[in-house]
Unconditional design. Sequence first.
Length: 471
Amino acid sequence: MQEIIELKLVFKFGGTSLAGPDRIRNACNLVKHYSLLGNRLVVVCSAMGDTTDHLLALLSAAEEGRRDEMEAILTQLESDHLEATRGAVDDGELRRAAEDRVRSMLLDLRHIISGIYFLRESTPKSRDLILSFGERLSTWIFTCSLRSMGVGAEYFEGGDAGIVTDSEFGYATPLLEQCLTLVRERLEPVLSRGSVAVVTGFIGRTPDGAITTLGRGGSDLTATLLGWGLGADEVWLWTDVDGLMTTDPRILKTAKVIPQLSYDEAIEMAVFGAKGLHPRALEASYYGGIRVRIKNTFNPSAPGTLITSSSINTGTLVKAVLLLRDVAMITVKGATAVGRPGSAARILQSLANAGINVVMISQSASESSISLIVARRLADRAVEAIKRSTDAGMVQKIECEKDVAVVAVVGEGMKGTPGVASRVFGAVAKRGINVRMIAQGSSELNISFVVKESDGVEAVKAIHEDYGLGA
Ligand code: ADP
Ligand code: ASP
Ligand code: MG
């Protein structure tokens, strides 16, 4: 393992790294190892395994009055967390105390969910409260496991650690200045005492005390915010792969780890579906100037991926090829509607008002059409919003295709290098794949295009191979 000594580090463990007692122990051993080397550590925990998905399923079952399913999920959550507590906390007395609190949290969860069952409805606020149980349970178990290994550890809920947010439940935004000040105030004394602060990822709190969540994958953001507030040397995101890779390793077995990336490249990767990363987390590390490493809990001696302000030249212009599924393409056609000044702005504004994020946009002058990519689950709402915003009779046609995917090619070396686009599209054309829409970010860091969903994997393979990115 790298000999990292006397640094201030934030470690974040993702769900897979905490799925079950053995993995929790393994993660705690990593914390112990780096702490014994003289580093000051803050740990951020995600919920164990797929707990957040299970909590979402629990919510749906309660809202829709499916009692048996609700009961089955609750029972599973209870046994997963109790088993983890028993298996990860050795010391008898600590284990009993740990179990007591786990049981009491699980009981609270039962009470809240049965309220939702009887009402047959939840609010964004109560949903966030329910989702927060995943991280609160895992973090408490982790804290007790560390203590049982002889490591001084203090448990913090996000809000107590200083993660104060607005009240947009489900996708809350941290109130930056307050956060940075509070984080320092709350956690610095813990580090000075020589203890490890263990903080729930994903959740924050509004100034008036309600629990919020930061959006799926939000524990990454918790980690980089804490890192920024504390002026940490590095934030390490521990996950289940050796680092950020040239493409999703589940799509292509030959995907290779990228040793170093710039923040800009990593943000593009995160936006375009490298699921390992939360885009807002990278923004926080960028502004805070905190180096980020992605490391594998199952292979800790691997160097991982380092994200800093500079990129390194890997000898290839393209660093990664990503596939974003679960999207839909909406095309607005009609000379009068699209050809007028301000029409693109009006369409985008209507989507913004409906809270719908536009992933890609391209406008073709000759065909008088605008194409937009949005998340598939929001596609119908998006079409409605556009219809409402455009004057009757102006729009001739709004088409919505749901069987599409976005392929994104990322790399800082593409900047100012002619011929990248033609090579990318050449590689795709050779496989007989039809490209439906193209966009190039003005940063020239990324070329993205839309294909039929069934062609997505093949298009990724074509470019990955053409640029020799694989192992
Ligand atoms: P965690 O639970 O640790 O936060 P995630 O499940 O959010 O982990 O993200 C890690 C997963 O992201 C990996 O298991 C990998 O399959 C997937 N993934 C998708 N694209 C990439 C990529 N380009 N590089 C690395 N991992 C990727
Ligand atoms: N548990 C949350 C999720 O599954 C947050 C995270 O893992 O980062 O999205
Ligand atoms: Mg994640």
